[in-house]
Design a protein around this ligand. Structure first.
Ligand SMILES: [Zn+2]
Length: 298
């Protein structure tokens, strides 16, 4: 398909009128997004990291659907998914009430800190990255450094756009051609994580609570409650799953995530981490997860 090349992401068609925008590492996009043709308008899921990546995402959504973006859903509050939202002025920006409040509170502080710091933090991250002996780890860290650098280059025109529709646990968006469900069952990765499900197409956009082939970061919630977050998501029986990072996945990845959250407290109590999880990438995240699940530091 012509016009699919962007410096920020690669477009993958995952259904009729449904696309994943898969972030190119180090480009400033930092996280994946979704694009959905609703019939009379377009829906975008997550907004990427920099204003430039967000603008490219909106452009791609409107080019692919030939409709204007009426809806933007932010799955959770992390900067790599929300700072590009300013490109979506005029759209209804949806998040759970908890996520909306968190974005409103944290984003201005973060933007002010990035501006005030002027690159010192990124320089220290880069120095740390270069000290890594493991070349895989070094490359991954250098990609994160590049994401931050991309934001620094774009920070002058950063004018955050905040959610303007706060929802509870559920919202159904009725397009003329299809429905999209925004669902939240609690927090694992952040204090409130939501997913977007397209019931007819059986496509699920799940933010950062499902990761493919590497450890998802758990930072919030109560470990005993985590399986309760994943069970209803697994019950959706999605065929195609788009995570906030990495390649497009399948229902199997949701089931693995459910098992991961279920078993993590046992691993924290000393049981060995089984395969396939033992071979997953981002082993430092596993270390942090084990510490979190062992409690009581919250
Ligand atoms: Zn993320």
């Amino acid at each position: 398909m012509p016009g699919n090349e962007s410096p920020y992401f690669r477009i993958q068609e995952i259904g009729d009128g449904i696309w994943a925008a898969l972030a190119k590492p180090g480009s400033g996009a930092w996280s994946n997004a979704g694009i959905v043709h609703l019939g009379d308008s377009a829906l975008v899921i997550d907004a990427m990291y920099t204003p430039a990546a967000g603008a490219a995402l909106r452009e791609a959504a409107e080019r692919l659907t030939k409709k204007s973006v009426r809806w933007l859903v932010l799955t959770h509050r992390d900067y790599d998914h929300v700072l590009g939202a300013q490109a979506f002025s005029g759209a209804t920006v949806v998040a759970t009430g908890v996520t909306a409040q968190s974005i409103q509170r944290r984003v201005p502080e973060y933007v002010a800190a990035v501006r005030a710091d002027g690159g010192e933090y990124v320089a220290s991250l880069e120095a740390e990255a270069r000290e890594q002996d493991d070349s895989h780890e070094r490359l991954q860290r250098l990609a994160v450094v590049s994401e931050h650098r991309a934001l620094l280059q774009d920070v002058d025109r950063l004018a955050p756009l905040y959610p303007n529709m706060a929802i509870g646990d559920e919202l159904t968006i009725h397009g003329s051609g299809r429905q999209a469900q925004v669902l939240s069952f609690g927090g694992v990765h952040t204090e409130s994580d939501s997913v977007v499900f397209l019931p007819e197409a059986r496509v699920l956009f799940c933010g950062d609570i499902v990761q493919i082939g590497y450890h998802p970061a758990v930072r919030h919630g109560t470990p005993q409650d985590w399986p309760a977050v994943m069970r209803p998501i697994a019950d959706l029986e999605a065929d195609v799953v788009v995570s906030g990072h990495g390649p497009v996945g399948s229902r199997e990845d949701v089931l693995l995530a459910e098992r991961y959250y279920y078993e993590l407290p046992e691993w924290a109590a000393g049981h060995p981490v089984p395969e396939p999880f033992a071979s997953w990438d981002a082993s430092q995240t596993l270390v942090a997860n084990l510490r979190y699940a062992a409690g009581p530091v919250r």
